[in-house]
Every structure is written in structure tokens, then in C-alpha cells.
Write a protein that binds this ligand. Structure first.
Ligand code: SF4
Ligand code: SF4
Length: 421
């Protein structure tokens, strides 16, 4: 055992073995330094930089620090928290992270960090690049669109004769992980499953093996902690007898979020005591008859009519909320963003299994809304004030957030209620 040294972690004086890794020392003392690339058995990789801490006034990656006598480490300052949050948001915007359709959802380290940091949307526009999805390997599938280039697989997964299975290829924004097909064949199924499990996201999949588990059995379902939402608006003042006026709409979505809204069951009675619905599929009121306090938007913008409706909601609603994955990041409809529009139309109307035999018309008429080149999240078209993630968001969760916004109260959200899928 190395000699014991003294150091300070967020103001707490502790002792540790000299030279031990800072991430492990913090963990031994009940302080989590978040990271996506650090893997205890490997050498520190310092690729994700989420573990950035401040040591004696200087920012540095925590995973590369070996503790020494007298160091003063700041871990959870507001500035460092904000840096970490920004990195996670960039990773979400840069990859194609459709949690509702991802095999790793519920067991994903990145998704879990998103929950812990109460990330409801990304401040950066989604890139929607189309990276290679490689189905060729014997046992595995490499979904490069979810890979965060943490390098864990490259360092950790070797064949029995010490050969690498994964490597980085290309450079800059084109860097991706490639699987050596010959070496991959030498892995046993257990070794392949280990590769899938050390990947902090859902980039490495093993054919025929599912990581999916029902709610309640997933790795990150119950952490007994609350996620706090912070409100930017003050309480909305009403005249005597006046109710909050709410409008809702569904753009490029499936109406699942509206179905979830109806699922609040008996809370609907409480809701209707304080809320009056204006334009909404719930009331079938087609036109705004007054200015509304809150507008709830389901679905992203796939065509010019969606854009028109969304802009009208922005004008007519003081506070605008995106609810559900499709409104927040485009969701399932945005999966067409990787395929040229013409190809999508041909698949849907001419070549798809449900097309009529011999069909040769792609519908086009001046009354049919024009499709946009991509499906856009609502915040890339108008300013959005709040976000309620989920596919669909849980019914009680929607009402809790809307009520807290109407009443201007900050309400803690239980971890298990806050879901991207
Ligand atoms: S579960 Fe993880 S890897 Fe899968 S889409 Fe969500 S964040 Fe990405
Ligand atoms: S495939 Fe997974 S483990 Fe490998 S670099 Fe990408 S994110 Fe990291």
C-alpha cells in the first residue's frame, strides 16, 4: 500500500493512497465525478472530458489525475456542472439518439447522465448525420450514429491472442470505430456481450441478444433521487373567476402525447377546475378565439403547414411547451432525415410492401402540405420555453410540469418519471 496523503474534495478533507486515481478516490468518499469514457481497468482515456474538475484553480480531466499531497479539488461547482451539461447536449445533438427505439435505453450511461442533469433538450441544433451502420460482422452490429468515440472498446476488447477487434478509422468529424471482421470472429459470445456492455451507449450490439428490459428491471430505473426543474416564469396572475387558458396541437407526431395527456384520469377534474382549453384536438376548437397562457406542442415540423401552425402557436401562446420526443428532437419522423426525400417518397408510395401493385404516382397537389427537406424539432423553428421529454411523457408527469408552470412553482420530478423513452 502506498503512503496516505491528505487532499480536499469539494471542501471535505480526506485521506487517500498517494497516486490513486482521483475518480476512484472521490467515489470512495461518496462523491461521484461523472464520466463516460473512464473504465477502471483501462488506462485513463480522457476522451469525453465530462469528468473535468478544478485542481488548485486549474481545470483538468479528473480521470488523468493521480492524487498527491495537499491538492484542493473542486468537483461540483455550477460552472463545472454547466460544462458537463453542455458536453452531454453536444453528444446528443451530434449523434442520432432516438432513445425510444434504442436497444440500450434504460441501461445507457449517457442517457442516465442526461436524466441526472435534468437535460430536457439540447441547446445545439441536431446534426442528423448519416454514419455507417455495419451489419457485416459475425456477431455484432456497429451503430456508429450512437458512438461517442470514448475508446473503451478499442482499449479493452482483445482476442485471446491479444489482437484488437475495434479501432478508430478516418479523421476529424469523420472518425468512427471500425470492427476487424477476422478478429471479431474469434470472440466468444460472452466476450461479444462484454463489448456491448462496456460501451456506455448503444453503439455496439450483439445479434440476437437484447439489452432491453421492462421498466422497473432496467439498470437506471430507480435511483431514489429527484430531478429538479427550474422555472423561468413567474406565477401567472388571474382575475377573480378566470381560468388558465391552454391550447394544444399535434404536428408531425402520432397523437400519443395527447393520449397520454388524457390518461391523467381523475386529475382531469382538478385540471378543468383551473384550466380552460382553447384551440385543441381535445375540444375540436379549430381556431384561436383568444390569447392563451400556455401552448402544448406535440410533434416536430415535417411540412409547411406544421411550420405555419407552430408559428401561430408562438404568437398566440405566452408560454410554449414542446412535449414528447418528436417535438423536442424530431423523434421517429426525423429518422427520414438520413434518407433523401425523393427516396422516402418512392419507398412510401411506389416500392413499399403496402404500395398497390403497379402504383406509379407520388401524390402532389397544391392543397397537400409541402414536405420539408428534413423534419425539424420545434425549437429550431420558434423559441420554445419548456420541454417535457418522453415517448410519450408519463401522464402525471405532463400535468405536474404544466401545473407547476401555470402556478409558478418549482416541483421536484421523481427520477423514474423523467424518461426520454
Ligand atoms: S439510450 Fe443511449 S445510446 Fe440509445 S439513443 Fe438514448 S442516449 Fe443514445
Ligand atoms: S463503440 Fe461504444 S465503446 Fe466503442 S468508442 Fe464508440 S461509444 Fe465508446
Amino acid at each position: 500500500m502506498n503512503k496516505l496523503i491528505n487532499l480536499t474534495l469539494d471542501g471535505k478533507k480526506v485521506q487517500a493512497e498517494e497516486g490513486k486515481n482521483l475518480i476512484d478516490v472521490a467515489k470512495d468518499n461518496g462523491i461521484e465525478i461523472p464520466t463516460l469514457c473512464y473504465y477502471k481497468k483501462s488506462k485513463p482515456l480522457a476522451t469525453c472530458r465530462i469528468c473535468t474538475v478544478n485542481i488548485n484553480g486549474r481545470n483538468t480531466t479528473g480521470c488523468t489525475v493521480k492524487v498527491e499531497e495537499g491538492i484542493d479539488v473542486k468537483i461540483n461547482t455550477p460552472e463545472l456542472f454547466e460544462n458537463r451539461k453542455a458536453i452531454i447536449e453536444m453528444l446528443y445533438a451530434e449523434g442520432n439518439h432516438f432513445c425510444p427505439s434504442c436497444e440500450k435505453s434504460g441501461n445507457c450511461d449517457m442517457q442516465n447522465l442526461g436524466y441526472k442533469m435534468a437535460i430536457t433538450n439540447t441547446r445545439y441544433p441536431h446534426v442528423f448525420r448519416n454514419k455507417k451502420v455495419d451489419f457485416t460482422p459475425h456477431r455484432m452490429i456497429m451503430e456508429s450514429n450512437r458512438c461517442i468515440l470514448c475508446k473503451r472498446c478499442v482499449e479493452e476488447i482483445k482476442t485471446k491472442d491479444g489482437k484488437s477487434v475495434f479501432s478508430f478509422v478516418k479523421r476529424g468529424i469523420n472518425t468512427r470505430v471500425q470492427i476487424d471482421y477476422k478478429e471479431e470472429r474469434k470472440l466468444t459470445e460472452d466476450e461479444a456481450i462484454r463489448a456491448m456492455s462496456i460501451c456506455p451507449v448503444g453503439a455496439i450490439l450483439v445479434k440476437g441478444i437484447s439489452d432491453g428490459k421492462p421498466f422497473g428491471e432496467r439498470k437506471y430505473d430507480f435511483l431514489n433521487q429527484n430531478v429538479h426543474t427550474s422555472l423561468k416564469n413567474k406565477k401567472i396572475e388571474l382575475e377573480d373567476g378566470e381560468k388558465f387558458i391552454v391550447a394544444t396541437t399535434s404536428l408531425a407526431g402520432c397523437f400519443g402525447c395527447h393520449m397520454s395527456l388524457l390518461d391523467i384520469d381523475t386529475d382531469l377534474i382538478d385540471m378543468l377546475e383551473i384550466v380552460e382549453f382553447n384551440k385543441s384536438p381535445l375540444t375540436d376548437i379549430k381556431k384561436f378565439s383568444k390569447q392563451c397562457h400556455v401552448g402544448l406542442i406535440e410533434g416536430g415540423c415535417a411540412n409547411d403547414e406544421n411550420v405555419h401552425v407552430l408559428r401561430e402557436f408562438r404568437r398566440k401562446c405566452d408560454i410554449l411547451i414542446s412535449f414528447g420526443e418528436c417535438a423536442i428532437m424530431g423523434g421517429i419522423p426525423a429518422m427520414r432525415n438520413f434518407v433523401p426525400l425523393q427516396e422516402c417518397l418512392e419507398e412510401a408510395y411506389l416500392n413499399g410492401p403496402t404500395s398497390e401493385l403497379g402504383a406509379d404516382i407520388i401524390p402532389a397537389h397544391e392543397d397537400i402540405p409541402k414536405l420539408l427537406d428534413n423534419v425539424y424539432p420545434c425549437n429550431e423553428v420558434v423559441k420554445i420555453d419548456y420541454y417535457i421529454p418522453g415517448c410519450p411523457p408519463n401522464a402525471q408527469h405532463i400535468w405536474k410540469v404544466v401545473k407547476s408552470i401555470l402556478l409558478g412553482e418549482e416541483i421536484p420530478i421523481a427520477h423514474e418519471e423523467f424518461k426520454y423513452d
